[in-house]
Design a protein around this ligand. Structure first.
Ligand SMILES: Nc1ncnc2c1ncn2[C@@H]1O[C@H](COP(=O)(O)OP(=O)(O)OP(=O)(O)O)[C@@H](O)[C@H]1O
Ligand SMILES: [Mg+2]
Length: 264
């Protein structure tokens, strides 16, 4: 990479940081009071996610990752603090407004998948499209997504007839069906072998690059987090580290590759 493309790449990495975050979290606390016990799960979390960023959340088991993700998606109530999603404070919203907001903006993949047991794989994938009145060709998109996660042959199977990894891939296809601008996933490759983990990673990266999807992934998977733009590490309910990963800019890298091939 020559000096000029290196310079451009550095500017590219910093520009999104100047824009208001698509998600802004301010002094977030989650405390469970169950007298005489009191558990401080999250203790004053503050950060902002620029639009289109791929953020990996890491940290030891029990550090508060799933709790944080659930709060960001409005699936759980905060004890105190603010969460702005596209400028709207979701900690103030009523349940029906929250549900509408989730339908429009969010795809979510749970650590425990949470497929509807009485629906087939394909019906599970189609469900968010039906609930949110998705305008596109949902059937075509669901077939395409099931193919991309390698489950075309399992489209008409029910969750009990699927392995853990297959259920996880259905849950991913379901999260993508409405092409949400923000996708949150809890351990999306947690139960997958390396080949299927790679398929899922490819799908996530493609969405992030081509559709500009903001990705927030909780993961223990180093291979996955290496592709992230940023890694936030939690420890005992607090942010231990917030690292921006400087990666070769794809356009600059492609440019310098073509420069190299012109020289050879
Ligand atoms: N309802 C609850 N009541 C009391 N403690 C809770 C509750 N929910 C979670 N916790 C505790 O909060 C801490 C954080 O839980 P959380 O599920 O967010 O961890 P995690 O980082 O996602 O862990 P893992 O990597 O194992 O999934 C844990 O110590 C857990 O036991
Ligand atoms: Mg968890």
């Amino acid at each position: 990479m020559n000096a000029c493309s290196h310079y451009i790449h550095k500017i590219d990495m910093r520009l999104p940081m100047l824009l208001p975050g698509v998600i802004q979290v301010n002094d977030l606390w989650k405390v469970i009071e169950n007298p005489p016990n009191r558990v401080e799960i999250l203790r004053g979390i503050t950060f902002s996610v620029p639009r289109g960023q791929f953020l990996a959340i890491m940290g030891a088991s029990g550090s508060g990752k799933s709790t944080l993700l659930g709060l960001l998606a409005g699936l759980d109530t905060v004890t105190s603090g603010r969460i702005l999603l596209d400028g709207t404070d979701i900690t103030d919203l009523r349940e029906d407004d929250l549900a509408r907001m989730r339908g429009r903006k969010l795809g979510f993949v749970f650590q425990s998948y949470q497929l509807v047991p009485t629906l087939t794989a394909e019906e599970n994938v189609l469900l968010p499209a039906e609930l949110s009145g998705y305008k596109g060709d949902a059937r075509r998109r669901s077939r395409d997504l099931l193919e991309r996660v390698g489950l075309t042959q399992r489209a008409h199977h029910y969750p009990v007839q699927l392995s853990g990894g297959e259920q996880q891939r259905v849950a991913l296809a379901r999260a993508f069906i409405t092409a949400p601008p923000i996708l949150m996933a809890d351990e999306p490759t947690g139960n997958l072998d390396s080949a299927n983990g790679q398929h899922v990673l490819d799908l996530l990266l493609q969405l992030n690059r081509e559709e500009g999807t903001t990705l927030i992934l909780v993961t223990h998977d180093r291979a996955l987090s290496e592709y992230a733009d940023r890694v936030l590490t939690l420890h005992d309910g607090q942010i231990l580290r917030d690292e921006l990963l400087i990666k070769p800019d794809t356009e600059a890298a492609a440019l310098s590759e073509s420069e190299a091939s012109n020289l050879s």
